[in-house]
Design a protein around this ligand. Sequence first.
Ligand code: ATP
Length: 317
Amino acid sequence: MDERPAIVAEGLTKRFGAIHALAGVDLEAPAGTVLGLLGPNGAGKTTMVRILATLLAPDAGRAWVAGHDVTSQAATVRRLMGLSGQYAAVDGYLTGRENLRMIGRLSRLGRAAVRRADELLELFELTAAGDRTVRTYSGGMRRRLDVAASLVAAPAVLFLDEPTTGLDPRGRFGLWRLLEELTGQGATLLLTTQYLEEADRLADRIVVLDAGRVVAAGSAEELKAQVGGDRLELHADPGADPAALANALAGLGSGAPVVDPETGQVVLPVTDGPAILPEVAARLAATGLRVTDLAVRRPSLDDVFLTLTGQPAGRSA
Ligand code: ATP
């Protein structure tokens, strides 16, 4: 195998009629890392996954998964990857155990398919439900089985298209833990998500797509830094003049302090909130101004998303 990162895309382009689903996308994920693919509805995330997973041919550009070209070496790529998401890999009329065993046999695991099914049921906390037909599973159980199914052949690279959509917070949290275990064992994950919290927690790097183009890439921290630094939020003591507080802080931040006329809150944009706190305290002490509340707020991925794509994250449908 060559030395390429586990997932590489170069200039991927795909059109559906007049729609440019992908308009020249580059990305890469080194082995053992998680790449989060974010973007609003219709940004091209699923198209990207389908091309990388050899389900769809690009119009132009190239991609490699586990060192193999997704177009000319599609069969090899398929052997080395797992795919989970909106692809209905599991059969509702079979039990969870039967589904996993069948996939194991199709993946040529032979007798090992039985043990692998048991292992995965255990890992995904489905042992007790293993002999029930999947039709009777809750949404969360089905999702877990779906991800388990993509892991039967212990793939080096795993594509997860919105793995936790529709899960309750507990189910989501459980699946995150499992995915972290997998990457701990060296698997490479590409995950699309509408949940910024998910990308923040799991992804080493994030690529934000919008209308088929990469609009930002980097770690969650880097993306937050691109949007701007921290905000220092202060409330003056009742009776104290917020404008005097704002004056006292002048020149300290990366911009001018702003007073919210309704709440009296003073907001100071700063590059590094915690670093500036001692100087803020010194100014307050020097002027005798008192505050009832002082907080450093760091930008969230939500702020990033809104700034980059002009719309909040989350499904509108
Ligand atoms: P979502 O978050 O809604 O799943 P997405 O980012 O996954 O969106 P894609 O499903 O990749 O977006 O779609 C990108 C664009 O390509 C959309 O405008 C979509 O309507 C269009 N598209 C995708 N597949 C097809 C297809 N088979 N035929 C026609 N248009 C398509």
